[in-house]
Design a protein around this ligand. Sequence first.
Ligand code: RIB
Length: 284
Amino acid sequence: MTGSTTTPRLGVVGSCNVDLVVRCRRLARPGETVLGDDVVRLSGGKGANQAAAAARLGANVSLIATLGRDESAAWLLDTLRGLGVHDELISRSSRPTGTAFITVDDRGENEIVVSRGANADLDLADVDLEPFDVVLASMEVAASVLDDAASRSRHFILNVAPAAPVNPETLDRCAVVIANEGEAESLSLTTIEHCVVTMGAKGAVHFQHGREVARVAAPVIDPVDTVGAGDVFCAAYAVMWARGWPARDVLAYAVTAGALATLALGAQGALPTHEEVTTWLARA
Ligand code: RIB
């Protein structure tokens, strides 16, 4: 692997949620009730997960998000500070802090319902995005926020999760668009300059205007919980992209970081360090 190991300045625009997680033997079908273990409260939200993962990988990270004014908000802020995420750009709303209701089965598969709450009130009007080398954003905030961020960022990476329509001008402004296989179905890959599609245990592919330019398999790992693995992938991708590493190396690094993130319960339960990722890559 070649490239710099500088400390990129990353702005992460996205959600910050309390994750209420229940483990169960298998996921419920529509209309069905299944019994699960005791509920666990964990910190989550795609934005917060990405910010925490990037900080752990060595970036200088500010989370740009909105919390409520409740006890959950205070708890989430403490957690984020503990992980080294800068919180000066986190605003408050009178709505409740976002909450995700998550079930995880024996195979590590999950189902998630998000009540966005305060996340829906995020507004970037007073936020200066110029200092950031890269702004990474995801879609649990208003679409207008993404359009604003894309138009004012030096380099903008968009994770189209959860899937929803995106303004074509915003897609045009992206340095990279990151989607999982399901989310990629609603994208026209040939019109996007750089699109990275994650495929879970099968790894990831980098397309340039719809043409495959790199493909990386994932390390063989027995996952405990895949919640947040995509967020860690995006964070790792943004950090190494900002460091200017070659496209295939960035992809391999991000795939490995995402896989390592599945080794404990919770979206932020197994965030890998830069050393852990590079050690795994050296073994591969
Ligand atoms: O990507 C995983 C995340 O999605 C969870 O942490 C949950 O909060 C939802 O935002």
